[in-house]
Design a protein around this ligand. Structure first.
Ligand code: SAM
Length: 260
């Protein structure tokens, strides 16, 4: 199986940004916005925009988003399964890194499709898992799957990363006029990042340290749970793998669907 380069210049991320630079956003809704990171990316990548709304169920994340992006976006607590907006309200409706956090992704996609205007766009960005990825990418997937176990213990819905075919299957319910699917080994947001050249190296120490810090802070959340001891062994093994093989983003699908 062919393993693709994770160097930003050869990742395919530039094709995504080139396409977004052709799109004037006007009114944009970001679903599962978390800390608002995807709004920060769209603000830089789109040709233009008028306003953003970000929705999420997690109030703490929404507070962070408000602090970081409050000048360009409004944030609301809302369930993506039942969007409190009339039909055809937005020019773009996006969802990033969240499909695998949704109990009923098809229901959310239908809602997204309902509130986007005719000829407007849905944007779906989602990491996928398969065996065509480098050891350093597989480390990211393993960390994510470990996080999914911890969140599940904490009572939050978080499943393992979907495969490409599963993501395409979920998106196939959309009755889109045009559907473009980009496959990139890096996130397009990396093109706007100061560290973009440093992150080409999976052994970049800052990335390794931050991933290990993230793993340890997740373990703290379950320090009182009987599963702690068993999961700590797994976390230690993951740390060893990261130190040995490095870490870099897993590949993503970036889907641009135009509503007919
Ligand atoms: C990984 S985070 C998203 C990160 C963000 N989109 C980004 O790219 O930085 C997934 C988010 O989905 C949210 N979420 C899960 N189910 C949801 C639902 N039914 N409605 C709204 N948000 C939901 C979670 O609260 C969480 O903040």
């Amino acid at each position: 199986m062919e393993v693709r380069s994770t160097t930003l210049a050869y990742s395919g991320a530039d094709k995504i940004v080139k396409q977004l630079k052709e799109i004037s956003g006007r009114k944009i809704l970001d679903i599962g916005t978390g800390g608002g990171g995807f709004i920060g990316f769209l603000k830089q990548a789109l040709k233009s925009f008028d306003s953003f709304i970000g929705i999420d169920l997690n109030e703490e994340e929404l507070k962070k988003a408000e602090k970081e992006y409050g000048t360009i976006a409004q944030f609301k607590k809302m369930n993506a399964e039942k969007l409190d907006f009339p039909d055809k309200t937005f020019d773009i409706v996006s969802i990033a890194s969240s499909l695998h956090h949704l109990e009923r992704p098809e229901k959310v996609l239908k809602e997204m499709f309902r509130v986007v205007k005719t000829h407007g766009y849905l944007i779906i960005q989602e990491m996928y898992s398969d065996l065509t990825q480098t050891e350093a990418q597989l480390a990211t997937l393993q960390v994510h799957h470990f996080e999914a176990k911890i969140d599940t213990l904490l009572g939050e819905y978080h499943r393992e990363t979907y495969t490409k075919e599963e993501i395409k299957g979920i998106v196939s319910i959309l009755n889109a006029e045009e559907l473009e699917i980009f496959d990139s080994t890096r996130y397009p947001k990396c093109l706007f990042c100061e560290d973009k050249d440093l992150c080409d190296n999976p052994m970049y120490e800052t990335l390794i340290k931050s991933e290990i810090k993230y793993l340890r802070s997740s373990m703290e959340k379950i320090s009182d749970y009987p599963e702690y001891e068993h999961l700590e062994k797994e976390a230690k093994k993951l740390e060893q793998d990261i130190r040995k093989n490095g870490i870099t983003d897993a590949s993503i699908l970036f889907i641009l669907a135009k509503k007919s």
